[in-house]
Write a protein that binds this ligand. Structure first.
Ligand code: NAD
Length: 312
C-alpha cells in the first residue's frame, strides 16, 4: 500500500493530484487544506474521474492524523505575496504556515518523506528540515526538477532531438540565481561544447545562453500570461514521488541539503541527487568549472542569507 498525503489543495497541489491519479502513482491519496471544504470538493471531483481511469486509488479529504502511515507528505500549501510585501516578510508568513503543518504531521507519528513544492522552495524545504528534525535524506524539495525539464525540452527543440536523449541540468536556487553547468551538458554521450565545435555554423553558444535565460524566465512568462504555473510542477512532483515509491534510484535535480559537497554545508539547493525509497540516497557531485562553481556559490549565498533572516 503506497500512501501519499497532500497538504495544500490549490492549483499546484491539485495539478499534482490529477497527474498522480492519471499516472496511478499510489494506492491512497489524502487531501488536506486549511480550507476543509475545498479539500472535500477536490476529493469528490477526483473520485468521479475514477471510473474513467485505470486506477482504483482511494482518495479522500482527511486530517493530519492520516499522515501516521503515509509514505510521503507532499506540501504545496502557501500564501501569496501581498502588495508591498518583501520576500523576507513572505518567507516569515510561509514559515508560520509550515509551523501549522509540520507539527501535526510529526505528532501523527509520520516517519516517511517530506516533499516540498511551496516557494521559495529551497528555503521552505530547509525550514521543513529544521521544524521536523527529520534526517536530511527524508526532507527534499522539488528544486530545479521543473527547470531541468524546461531546459531539456528547449534543447530538444534547438538540436532537434528527443528531450529524453538530452542530458543536462539546471542547478542552484529555484529562482533568479539558477544556472546551467554547460560543461556537463550532453546529447547522448557527446558534450554540447564538442557539438558546437564540430558544427560552428549550425550551433552557437549564445543560442544556448538564450535558452538558459528562457528557462530562468519561464515562470515569469507563464504567470504574466495565465496568472500561475501548475501543470509542469504537478508532473514534476509525480516523478519524484514515483522515484521514491518505486525505489527507482533515479537522478533528479531536487532541492537537498549539502553536507560538504561543493564546499557547502547545510544549504538546501537544487543539485543532481539519486532518489529512492529512502528519499535522497546520495548526491552526484559534478565536476564543475571555476565559473560554474562561482555561480553555485552565489546561489548558496543567496539562500543562506534568506534563511538566516527567518524567525524559526
Ligand atoms: P494556491 O493559492 O492555489 O494554493 C495554496 C493552498 O494552500 C490553498 O488551497 C490554501 O488554502 C492552502 N493553505 C494556505 N495556508 C495553509 C495552511 N496553513 N494549512 C494548509 N493549507 C494551507 O497556490 P498554488 O498556485 O497552488 O501554489 C502553491 C505553492 O507552490 C506556491 O508557494 C507557489 O509559489 C509554489 N510553486 C512552486 C513551483 C516549483 O517549481 N517549486 C512551481 C509553481 C508554484
Amino acid at each position: 500500500m503506497k500512501k501519499i498525503v497532500l497538504v495544500g489543495t490549490g492549483m499546484v497541489g491539485m495539478s499534482f493530484a490529477y497527474a498522480a491519479l492519471n499516472q496511478n502513482v499510489c494506492d491512497e491519496l489524502v487531501l488536506i487544506d486549511i480550507n476543509k471544504e475545498r479539500a472535500f470538493g477536490e476529493a469528490m471531483d477526483l473520485n468521479h474521474g475514477l471510473a474513467f481511469s485505470k486506477s482504483s486509488m482511494k482518495i479522500y479529504s482527511g486530517e493530519y492524523t492520516d499522515c501516521s502511515d503515509a509514505d510521503i507528505v507532499v506540501i504545496c500549501a502557501g500564501v501569496a505575496q501581498k502588495e508591498g510585501e518583501t520576500r523576507l516578510e513572505l518567507l516569515n508568513r510561509n514559515t508560520g504556515v509550515f509551523k501549522s503543518i509540520i507539527s501535526p504531521v510529526c505528532e501523527s507519528g509520520f516517519d516517511g518523506i517530506f516533499l516540498v513544492a511551496t516557494n521559495p522552495v529551497d528555503i521552505m524545504t530547509r525550514v521543513t528540515k529544521e521544524l521536523s528534525g527529520f534526517p536530511k535524506n527524508k526532507v527534499l524539495g522539488t528544486g530545479t526538477t521543473l527547470d531541468s525539464a524546461r531546459l531539456r525540452y528547449l534543447m530538444g527543440e534547438y538540436f532537434d532531438i528527443n528531450p529524453r536523449s538530452v542530458h543536462a541540468y539546471v542547478m542552484g536556487e529555484h529562482g533568479d540565481s539558477e544556472f546551467v553547468p554547460w560543461s556537463q551538458a550532453l546529447l547522448s554521450t557527446k558534450p554540447v561544447h564538442n557539438i558546437i565545435l564540430d558544427n560552428p555554423e549550425q550551433y552557437k553558444m549564445p543560442d544556448l545562453e538564450k535558452i538558459e535565460e528562457e528557462v530562468r524566465n519561464s515562470a515569469y512568462k507563464i504567470i504574466k500570461a495565465k496568472g500561475a504555473t501548475y501543470y509542469g510542477i504537478g508532473m514534476a512532483i509525480v516523478q519524484i514521488c514515483r522515484a521514491i515509491l518505486q525505489n527507482e534510484n533515479s537522478v533528479l535535480t531536487v532541492s537537498c541539503q549539502l553536507d560538504g559537497e561543493y564546499g557547502h554545508k547545510d544549504t538546501y539547493v537544487g543539485t543532481p541527487a539519486i532518489i529512492n525509497q529512502n528519499g535522497v540516497k546520495s548526491l552526484i557531485e559534478l565536476s564543475l568549472t571555476g565559473r560554474e562553481m562561482n555561480k553555485l556559490n552565489k546561489s548558496c549565498q543567496v539562500l543562506d542569507d534568506y534563511f538566516a533572516g527567518i524567525e524559526l
